[in-house]
Write a new protein. Sequence first.
Length: 288
Amino acid sequence: MRALILSTLLLAGAAGAVQAQTSENDDLVITGSRFQEMVRSFVQEVAPPDLSEEQLARWNSRYCPLMAGIPARQAQYLVDRMSQRAYQLGLRPGDENCRANVLVFITPDADILAQALADDRDLVAYYNNAEHGNSLGRDALTAFVTSDAPVRWWHVAQTVTERGTVITNSGEVVRSEASRLYRPTRQDFNRVLVIVDARQATGLQFEALADYLAMVTLAQLDASADTSEIPSILNLFSRSGASEARMTDWDLAYLEGLYNAPRHAPDSNSQERAITREMEDRLREPEQ
């Protein structure tokens, strides 16, 4: 498979040679109670904290990435691979007429850009035409601005009914049914903002970066999660991530679990249990 290297195109005047990562993924096969414990731990570890609506969000249909900061050819490669991952989950990748809802900025001035984005309330909070948006709140936004991570992300979701009608602040009454097992609303992503620190990303394969970006934009994940014990693309920038040059079976199983979990579950705990069950089914070693 073609490997494009994220090199000095990202950093004008950056010194030193750029090395590609060539290690292959090693599948982690574990059975029994230890396996179940690892799956549960992974799901709980990556879960975003302090969800205002206590439901995990996901994209409903359209997924339209837009890349800024690198030449068009490299940007298109990243967009195409991210869109391919979205398509595998049943989403509709954007075409030329799709309004961008996944904005990725690759820049050597990550801190400056993060502050500029945080100052734009329409981007980070989404209060437009009385439509109500949800995020992780002010403290999380401060962490986004002050982060020194190679990649930082910010998700904005909307509360909608089971039919996809946006809940607004206009006082309009939206009729819906609910029970102890289901809520009348769900959480749909409205936009995701991602900043890649070009100085820290120098030397990465484009394939690896695209999969990392797909992972953190298709799901809202805890930026401080420790996934070092699990084979995951989330370890890409850690010492343990040298072999994680693409999404692993664990990553794919998590995303499949999220997109197959009940969207109208009463709380995120119910959704996490559903993700855990699906991951166990997908990752368990086939019986002989």
